[in-house]
Design a protein around this ligand. Structure first.
Ligand SMILES: NC(=O)c1ccc[n+]([C@@H]2O[C@H](COP(=O)([O-])OP(=O)(O)OC[C@H]3O[C@@H](n4cnc5c(N)ncnc54)[C@H](O)[C@@H]3O)[C@@H](O)[C@H]2O)c1
Ligand SMILES: [Zn+2]
Length: 359
């Protein structure tokens, strides 16, 4: 088992990474000295496969868990679902010392984290992420929240978990498209922070795609270390944390403008990262050879690297970027790479240039 510490003073916590960890959920929660009553929030897909093991482990350690299962998919990340969860928690008489376990991907983690942040003004919660994206990204760092009609993640709270338990065995049932989509975030860490990781990914991509257990353990741990280091320095995104958004300005616009569901998040940000690499070449002088390496690694992972934009789609894409700008209250700012492993945030880019790289 690998351990990564997220250094946040008295809210610090550990990420545990390894095989078979779900069966240790109860023991790990007992170590945290949490209350006896608890709830496991999961979705219909993950629940079918892993709820029983999670509940059994909790019960074996003397906890009294209740299971809340929400429909799988982004639609569950909404206020109506939050309210349903509150009602179930109240019915099960969860009190201040009780805790929640988020068992699932980023949707369940964001939803359950927000419920934990707000029920009784905050009860402890544990992340048990089951997608690659959730293990390397969404379960770490304390961003929780739900969507509104008006847009994604518009309501939420920074609220840190007490523990993150990454059971690598859960990848065995993860659909290929979801796994590959998570790789887009993994590759991102190499580009923004660690040229050695990037080179390792280039070399070992076939083994990674076969979900080699030892390789995954080291790669997931390295990604968590990077996220922990960044979040440890800038928990609430007043600066450095923005580097995690490399490829996301264009990626989000692609997701928004093509209707949710067409592109998975990882697919959209793969295109966004290749576009950001090209912008980096124009603006910060990122060598063409590095741009080519970035494009190649995404393509070899089986991720899309370009957006086939007819004029109508292009118009929608730019409208989505403008909307993003309004929401963020000002300019559209980009994260760009100076070289592999080193990026700058807050870069301004002329719209014509963006139009040129999104083809
Ligand atoms: N909080 C953050 O910092 C942060 C960061 C990135 C993304 N997010 C959020 O994460 C969400 C996306 O997360 P995601 O990609 O994990 O999607 P997801 O939670 O929807 O999971 C993807 C699909 O895989 C299924 N699934 C999950 N684990 C499985 C397993 N082990 N075996 C079989 N099926 C499994 C799910 O039921 C779902 O159908 C978005 O809502 C996004 O906004 C949050
Ligand atoms: Zn992302």
């Amino acid at each position: 088992m690998r351990l990564v510490e997220v250094p946040l003073g008295n809210r610090s916590y550990v990420i545990k990474i390894g095989g078979g960890l779900l069966s240790r959920l109860g023991v790990e929660c007992a170590r945290l000295k949490l209350g006896q009553r608890c709830a496991v929030i999961t979705d219909t897909n993950v629940g079918k496969k892993y709820a029983r093991a999670a509940l059994k482990s909790l019960a074996a350690s003397g906890f009294d868990p209740v299971l809340l299962t929400v429909p799988a998919g982004e639609k569950s990340k909404r206020m109506a679902m939050v309210e349903q969860c509150y009602d179930r928690l109240a019915a099960h008489r969860l009190e201040r010392k009780s805790f929640l376990v988020a068992l699932g991907g980023g949707v369940v983690g964001d939803l359950a984290g927000f419920v934990a942040a707000t029920y009784l003004r905050g009860i402890p919660f544990v992340q048990a992420p089951t997608t690659l994206l959730a293990q390397v990204d969404s379960s770490v760092g304390g961003k929780t929240g739900v969507n509104l009609q008006a847009g994604k993640n518009l309501v939420g709270a920074f609220y840190q978990p007490r523990l993150v338990l990454c059971d690598l065995d859960t990848f065995q049932t993860l659909p290929k498209r979801e796994f590959v989509s998570g790789l887009a975030e993994v590759i991102k860490y190499g580009i923004i922070y660690d040229a050695v990781l990037f080179a390792q990914l280039e070399r070992n991509l076939p083994r990674l795609l076969q979900r080699d257990a030892a390789l995954l353990a080291s790669v997931v741990a390295r990604c968590c270390e990077i996220k922990a280091e960044v979040v440890g320095q800038d928990e609430t995104e007043s600066g450095l944390r923005a580097i995690l958004n490399f490829g996301h300005t264009i990626g989000h616009a692609i997701e928004n403008s093509s209707g949710y569901g067409k592109f998975l998040h990882g697919e959209a940000i793969a295109i966004g990262q290749v576009a950001a690499a090209k912008l980096s070449r124009e603006i910060l002088g990122l060598p063409s050879g590095d741009v080519a390496r970035i494009e190649k690694v995404f393509a070899q992972a089986g991720l899309p690297v370009a957006f086939k934009a007819n004029p109508a789609r292009r118009k929608k894409l730019f409208a989505a970027m403008q909307l993003d700008k309004k929401v963020s209250g000002g300019e559209v700012k980009f994260v760009l790479a100076e070289r592999l492993g080193r990026v700058k945030f807050g870069c301004q880019v002329p719209t014509e240039l963006v139009a040129r790289v999104v083809t």
